[in-house]
Every structure is written in C-alpha cells, then in structure tokens.
Design a protein around this ligand. Structure first.
Ligand SMILES: Cc1ncc(C[n+]2csc(CCOP(=O)(O)OP(=O)(O)O)c2C)c(N)n1
Length: 662
C-alpha cells in the first residue's frame, strides 16, 4: 500500500517540480491526486529516517494541497493548530530540500515557525490556539483596512460594501485556522469560537476530524462530531441553501419575528452542525478530506463567503501507509522505523523514567484504592496506559485540557481521593493558575508527576520542559522534588503519596539512570526526608550541587575534575522546594559552589539557593549556576543540546576548573 508511486514510476515526478504553492495552482484535481501519492511516499521515507509526527500528516495531504490551491499563502494566512501536521505545508512551501533535517539540531522545526518561512503565519506547538490567533489576525486585517479601501487595493469603496457580505471583492486576505478534533477538546478553542462567532469578521475554521487525539479522542464534543459524521456528506447544494437563507433578513432587522423564526427553523432542519451554527459560524460539512474535488468545491465556496465559517473535514489518520493506518497511536510521533515492517529501528529495552513511574504507581494503586490518575490526552506518553487498563474507573482522560485537569484533580482531592496528575512539564504551563488557585491555596494533596522535564529534544522550543521549577517553586505550600535516578523516583513517589499537600516530582524524557552512580562514589542512598538534601561525596574547596538527573553528569564531571587534581564535594538537592537549610549552612564553608540544573537559569533552584546563602551572615562562597540561558532552546537531541550549552560533563568540568583558578 505504501510507496506506490515510487515503485511504479521510479521517481516522484510531480513533487520534484513543487517548490512553492504557486506550482500547484494550475494542477488539475487528477494531478493533485498523483501529487498526494508522491507526497505520502516522500513523507514515509523521510520520517522513517528522521522520526516525527507521521500519522497526522498522512491524514492531511489532500487537505493541505486543496488549501494551497484555493488560498494564496502567504497573503492568506493558514494557521496550523499544534502544528505537528504542517509537514506537507512545509514541503510545498519551499522546504522540501531541507526536509531531511526535520527536528534535528539547526534543522527544520517540527512545528510552524515564522522565522523559518513567510508561509508559517503563526508559531504553534501547544494545542488549541489556532482559532484565537486567527481571530487576532483577522481583526488586525479589518482594522488595517480603512473604511473606504478594500484590501484588494481598490479605493473609495462605499463603506457599506466594504463591510457587508457582498463586499468589494473576494481578494481580501483570508485567515484560516486548521484544528483537529483532539485539539477541539481544549477550552481555549471554545473561547476563540465564542469570540469569533459573534465578531462577524471573515475567518475560516477547518475542523480536521480524524476521530483521534494522540490516542482515541474523548468527551462530549467528540460524540457530537461522531453524530455529524453519520449525516450525509457535504453537498454543493448547501451553498445554495445558505444563499437562500442569506437573502432572508438578518437578525435585528426591522422585519417580522415570524420570518426570523422561520429562518431559524429552516436552519435547524436543513443544516447539521447546530452547535457551531449556534456559536455564530456557518457550518459546512462533513466533507471527505481525501476527495480533492470535494475539498476544492467546498473551499472555493467558503472563500467567497463573508463572516465566520467552519468546514468539517473527515480524514483518516495514517492514510496511505498500512502500518500507520493500523496503529495511528504509535505513528502519531515515531522515531526512525523500518518502512516494510513499521518496526522501530532502535528498540530501547532499558526502562525510562516514565516506565519507572508507571510501574511504581501501579504498585501503590493496587493496595490503595484512593489513588486516581488524571491525564490531559497523554495516557501513553505519561505512562498511564497500564493504570487505565487495570483501573479504568479510577483513570480520567480529560482531553487536551491541562487547566481543567488540575482543577478537576483538586476536586477529586477535596473529595477524599489521592489524585496523581501525570503531565508534561511544558503543558503544565497551561495550568499555572489552576495549580496555584485551586490546588496550592487549599493545600490539597495532589501529586504532579511531571514528565519531559528538562530538555525534551527534537520537539524543540515549544516543548522544552525547563521552566517548571520557576513556575512551581514560588507557589506557597508546593513541594518540588527531582530524583537523581530511577530508584529515587520510586522513593519520591512513596513520599509524595503520603504527603499531605501538593507535591511535584519532575523527571526527564530519558532512560532512567541506575543507582550505580551512588556506588561509584561510595555513598548509600538515604531515605527521603522532607526538605533534606543528600550528600553524595565529600571533598574540599568546591561543591557541586546537582538537581535531579543532572547527577550522572555531575559525577562524570567530578571524575574529570579529580583527574585534574580537584576534589569536589557532590550534593543531591532532592528537594528543589523547600531548600535544605542544613545544606545551605554547609555550602557556606566552601570557596566555590556550582549548581547544576537542567532548567532555565532564571527562577531555577540555583537562584533560590543563592538567595538562601546570601541571607546567611558571613557566608562567602563564589556562586555559579550552570543552567540554560535566557533564550528559547532549539530542537536537537538532548546530548547535542547539553553539549552546545556546555552542560555536559566536559563542559561543566572545564567551567569549574577555570572558575576555581580565577
Ligand atoms: C497543550 C498541549 N497539550 C498536549 C499536547 C500534545 N499533543 C500534540 S498533538 C495532540 C493530539 C492532537 O489531536 P488532533 O488535534 O486531533 O490532531 P491529530 O494528531 O489527530 O491530527 C496532543 C495531545 C500539545 N501539543 N499541547
């Protein structure tokens, strides 16, 4: 099923000629179908090599081609929600030749990035932002447009024409938000719809409905969309119905309420998508998202329509590559894989921190039925799948709704349960106020299992988990923990589940370090005691204070330093909050203190340790924070980025050795 075109034709004839959206404008639908097949081959081959979001992209090949054929990017703005499905858009907007660098250090981003191309109208990465952003762009366009000048350039257009539904011309800049049904589970999408639906501005929302989020989509909106799916597919006649309805007087006119209600009844009778219609959008669909003529028909129709429009497009995640069609979940985001079998090229058998958390949680959950888990659409990535299977009634997937997830967990805790919210560090940013206002203020015992903390790697700027310590540590009542290895993660989960207040445990996307590092320094791991750090080894003159999994690097750096005649002490912070006051007193006796943390330098553990140290009378150590600078950290492998920012063992050892000789 896959690689049809290449195998039959030997090469991707059409795709080779596509370097800009202009190149597809004149292609007839049949040629677009061939191009779609070539693009699928290209996508599968490339992503098999680089890894990336394959299944979502395979689902939107025809939709992307149709959008670029009907609309004029970059004049018309296409905003991709999340943006993980923007690969085809990248390929046909001049980035095909760099596609092999996707998600690599200094390569193409895996998400839309305005700095990368004028065709990337708005940067995305986190879900459900597209409608709000599109509305902002549409309003900016409207304000730019003076009452008498149409954006087509024609002057002295009577203001009633420039604003009415039969405006000067259809050349006005269009703004299009493309959002998936998964992303429609996020509340922000409804804030955008609610605002846009009443705005009467020109905005087109394309709802790409593949019935999947990363996993199966959840919730009432998903059920509503399913109900729409069962209706007849989009008919060109709907356009006709709309024009009849539009000839009827608009709401608020002086004509009789009788006509108004007849119009409303007609709408209910003739049109699906009542929810969207009620929100002020004109609903078109459902339309087959793999049928290019149908897509071209509906898009060229809605292009001429004024006001907010929603087009409901049905697609199949993974379309055209058998393995991805069969397992869209696994092919949502994949590493390099073998095209024929679909199997991963490298299978890592060592447990990750996610695996360690998952197993430890299952142990607790089987003896404590008060433990419940909450995820915002990431049961797989956060390691909650086994819990979901074994304790379905105690497992809650709330959709892509991190804020709701946290407040919901606060309610569960208030109701006497022990909720564990498993969430990625960068997505918890969404729920900052919920952590503060709903959990911490009431000192509720919610456990935050923060995965993908620190560097996330290939997903880049939007997904780096390096701000969690800054946004959690200043919240009263919060306890923040960072384990140095897998065993300590288990011990910290034990601690967190018995602590009577909110606790966050943060760990990275990495293979769990084993306790071998303790053995290497002849230290035994001590039990977790509230607010206490751990001494790994005692030296002289200088102290390395490591946060969480930076410990492996700290120990490797210490080995290099010892070879150079230095004798560093090593401490494991364990508690990012509260800061251990005994540790602070001990550190005051060193000449140099180095804090190693895989977070943003501003607002991290180091900042707070420094504050505590300077408050001690007579303390004099020189203090150095080795963390990420005040910039957004690009995509790349974790190893490459640690090296680039001199936070690998060699970089740290070099910095320490230089600093102490100054
Ligand atoms: C705020 C936020 N939470 C979680 C994610 C992780 N995430 C990326 S894509 C995705 C599923 C999106 O589903 P949908 O919009 O239907 O797109 P599809 O992949 O099905 O095409 C999720 C949960 C995210 N990007 N942003």
């Amino acid at each position: 099923m896959h690689l049809n075109t290449k195998r039959m034709m030997g090469e991707t004839v059409l795709l080779e000629r596509i370097n800009s959206p202009k190149n597809i404008k004149r292609l007839p639908p049949k040629a677009l179908d061939i191009l779609a097949a070539e693009i699928r081959d290209f996508l599968v081959e490339s992503i098999a090599d680089t890894g990336g979001h394959l299944a979502s992209n395979l689902g939107v090949v025809e939709l992307t081609l149709a959008l670029h054929k009907i609309f004029d990017s970059p004049k018309d703005k296409i905003i991709w929600d999340v943006g993980h499905q923007s690969y085809i858009h990248k390929i046909i907007t001049g980035r095909k030749n760099r596609f092999h660098t996707l998600r690599k250090l200094d390569g193409l981003s895996g998400f839309p990035k305005p700095g990368e191309s004028v065709h990337d109208a708005f940067g995305t990465g986190h879900s459900s932002t597209s409608i709000s952003a599109a509305l902002g762009l549409a309003m900016a366009r409207d304000l730019r447009q003076s009452a008498s000048t149409c954006t087509c350039g024609k002057r002295d257009v009577p203001s009633k024409d420039a604003r009415s539904r039969t405006a000067c011309c259809a050349k006005r800049e269009k703004v299009i938000a493309v959002i998936g049904d998964g992303s429609m589970t996020g509340g922000l999408a409804y804030e955008g719809l609610n605002n846009a639906g009443r705005s009467d501005t020109d905005i087109i929302v394309i709802l790409n409905d593949n019935q999947m989020s990363i996993c199966e989509n959840v919730g009432a909106i998903s059920r509503h969309l399913n109900a729409l799916r069962t209706g007849p597919l989009y008919l060109g006649a709907k356009q006709g119905i709309h024009s009849i309805l539009d000839k009827l007087p608009v709401i608020g006119s002086h004509l009789s309420g009788g006509i108004e209600s007849a119009k409303a009844t007609l709408k209910y009778l003739l049109l699906h998508g009542v929810l969207f219609e009620e929100m002020g959008f004109r609903y078109f669909g459902p339309v087959d998202g793999h049928n290019i003529p149908a897509l071209l028909n509906v898009l060229s129709g809605v292009k001429k329509i004024r006001g907010p429009v929603l087009v409901h497009v049905l697609t199949k995640k993974g379309k055209g590559y058998e393995s991805a069609e069969r397992s869209p979940k696994r092919f949502h985001g994949v590493g390099a894989f073998d095209i024929d079998t679909g199997r991963p090229m490298v299978s890592n058998t060592s447990p990750s921190y996610t695996d360690v958390f998952s197993k430890a949680l299952m142990r607790h959950a089987s003896i404590n039925d008060k433990i419940v888990t909450v995820t915002a659409a990431m049961p797989d990535g956060t390691g909650l799948e086994p819990f979901k299977k074994q304790f379905p009634k105690r497992f809650f997937d709330v959709g892509i709704a991190e804020g709701h997830a946290v407040t919901f967990a606060a309610g569960l805790a208030k109701g006497g349960l022990k909720p564990v919210v498993a969430v990625y560090a960068s997505f918890l940013q969404r729920a900052y106020d919920h952590v503060m206002h709903d959990v911490a203020l009431q000192n509720l015992p919610v456990v935050f299992a923060i995965d993908r903390a620190g560097l996330v790697g290939e997903d880049g700027e939007t997904h780096q988990g390096i701000y969690d310590l800054a946004y959690l540590s200043h919240i009263p009542n919060m306890t923040v923990l960072a384990p140095k290895d897998g065993q300590e993660l288990e011990a910290m989960l034990d601690f967190a589940l018995t602590h009577n207040g909110p606790v966050a445990i943060r760990y990275p996307r990495a293979t769990a370090a084993s306790a071998k590092h303790n053995a290497a320094t002849n230290s035994e791991s001590l039990p977790i005691v509230y607010g206490k750090a751990e001494t790994i080894c005692s030296g002289r003159g200088m102290a390395l204070v490591s946060v969480g999994t930076m410990m492996s690097t700290a120990i490797d750096a210490a080995i290099i330093l010892r070879e150079g005649g230095h004798d560093p002490s090593i401490y494991n912070a364990r508690f990012v909050k509260p800061v251990d006051t005994d540790l602070v007193r001990r550190l005051a006796g060193y000449k140099d203190v180095f804090v190693l943390e895989d977070t943003a330098r501003i607002g991290g553990y180091g900042s707070r340790l420094l504050e505590a140290l300077t408050a001690l009378p007579g303390s004099t150590p020189r203090f150095h924070i080795l963390a990420f600078p005040d910039v957004f950290i690009e995509a790349g492998s974790r190893e490459e980025l640690f090296k680039r920012y001199k936070l690998d063992a060699n970089g740290i050892a070099e910095f320490v050795a230089q600093s102490v000789t100054l």
